[in-house]
Write a new protein. Structure first.
Ligand SMILES: Cc1cc2nc3c(=O)[nH]c(=O)nc-3n(C[C@H](O)[C@H](O)[C@H](O)COP(=O)(O)OP(=O)(O)OC[C@H]3O[C@@H](n4cnc5c(N)ncnc54)[C@H](O)[C@@H]3O)c2cc1C
Length: 382
């Protein structure tokens, strides 16, 4: 077993850190306050190639293997403080482009992936409905075949990137029977189709630099060629592609954990109370130790999923374990970082309270912690 990064991975890590430090210098405090998405940052990331890291070169990507893409996103999370921008990229790539790459026809891949990699098209993933959150199968959004189109009706909510998106992966019921996994289909829906509208923009506690919205479909005529995969196979499409979203989307959070730990190590050495550096107090150094333990275990988990996917293997349980552990660990790490910084940790200008607000959502999107535990337990007994 070899845990070391190869030369190319080390070089890519450094390249991304340098890029983020020099190019992603926008005002994240202001953007967070104003719910502002940085298009400039998006374009810079696109030009650098971040939007298509694991996408094969023939479709406009950089063709990296999954493990190396994982390492790259970890480096981005370490060096870029705009978690909302990274979340937008993650949703675009792992929850939209990856679906097209895995299930799209050759024509669909050639039509959409190059523009998604270049940043011209922004992608989103539209699954959740008001009545169908964890319980995906209870969705009501319907697509009824009418000749060479599907007529799509319904509303998707809490959709990240929706207000800025050009292309959506939409799940809808095409089968007659309700509450059947076989009754769902996935579609590529572009914002220029008549009958698609982003009807509401949500204001949220964290990840405020990535807009989220509600998308309404009213008699939207989606051409049959926009069907992703085969008809009524949408649930399988979702279940086999969700591994990417569940683990790869969280690699950047491991980088955030490392950045926060390094920041806390520096601060506790510098900050003096009772005539000594606060890192000499055991209750403070214990927090640093716990942050380090969580970081190392989180790294092992993402690298394992990256390795499995690089081998072309399934990682259903490992992806759920990674998501569960990383998201809950990040919340604890941000809370420890706030406590270590005392009042400063709670102040906006120190940029730690924002990390906590951004982190909290991780245990909800992509399947809640409760659902991840359920999946892990079910896979144990199946
Ligand atoms: C920041 C953010 C970004 C998001 N982005 C997207 C997106 O891009 N696209 C998209 O489609 N959706 C997105 N979502 C929605 C997200 O996927 C759902 O919120 C999530 O699946 C949970 O659904 P819900 O909010 O309806 O909660 P519910 O399903 O109503 O759950 C409420 C509570 O009950 C628990 N619960 C439910 N069922 C069970 C069970 N069987 N066993 C144990 N506990 C259970 C849940 O864990 C939770 O604690 C996003 C959400 C957030 C917060």
């Amino acid at each position: 077993m070899d845990f070391s990064l190869n030369k190319e991975q080390i070089a890519l890590r450094e390249e991304i850190m340098r890029f983020a430090r020099e190019m992603l210098t926008h005002d994240v405090i202001g953007d967070d306050r104003d719910n502002h998405f940085s298009r400039e940052g998006w374009k810079k990331c696109a030009n650098f190639g971040l939007l298509g890291l694991p996408v094969p070169c023939e479709y406009g990507g950089r063709g990296l293997d999954p493990l190396t893409a994982m390492i790259a996103f970890e480096a981005l999370g370490y060096s870029c403080k705009d978690n909302g921008l990274i979340f937008a990229i993650n949703n675009h790539l792992w929850a939209c482009a990856m679906y097209i790459l895995e299930f799209g026809s050759e024509a669909q891949k050639r039509q959409y992936l190059p523009d998604m990699c270049s940043g011209l098209l922004i992608g989103a993933h539209a699954l959740t409905e008001s009545g169908a959150g964890s319980d995906v199968l209870s969705m009501e959004c319907q697509a009824v075949r009418d000749g060479d189109v599907f007529v799509l009706n319904g509303t998707k909510t809490f959709i990240s990137n929706a207000p800025i998106a050009d292309i959506f992966i939409v799940f809808a019921r095409t089968g007659a029977a309700s509450y059947m996994s076989s009754g769902l289909s996935a579609f590529i829906v572009t914002i220029d189709l008549p009958g698609v509208k982003c009807t509401k923009e949500w204001e949220k506690a964290g990840l405020r630099t990535d807009p989220m919205g509600e998308v309404h479909f009213e008699n939207c005529r989606v051409p049959v060629e926009n069907l992703l995969g085969t008809e009524e196979n949408g649930y399988t499409t979702f279940m086999t592609t969700i591994e990417w979203e569940r683990a790869f989307l969280f690699a950047s959070q491991v980088g955030t954990m490392e950045r926060l730990l390094e920041d806390c190590v520096r601060y506790t050495a510098r900050r003096k109370q009772f005539g000594q550096a606060i890192n000499s107090f055991q209750s403070i150094s214990n927090k640093l130790a716990d942050m380090k333990v969580r970081l190392e275990l989180a790294k092992l988990m993402i690298y394992k999923v990256g390795w499995l996917k690089t081998q072309g293997r399934m990682a259903l349980s490992e992806a759920s374990i990674a998501k569960l552990f990383i998201t809950e660990s990040l919340i604890q790490t941000t809370m420890d970082a706030i406590q270590i910084h005392g009042a400063r940790g709670y102040m906006t200008e120190y940029e730690i309270e924002r990390e906590l607000r951004d982190a909290v959502a991780g245990t909800i999107y992509g399947g809640t912690s409760e659902i991840q535990r359920r999946i892990i337990a079910e896979l144990l007994v199946s």
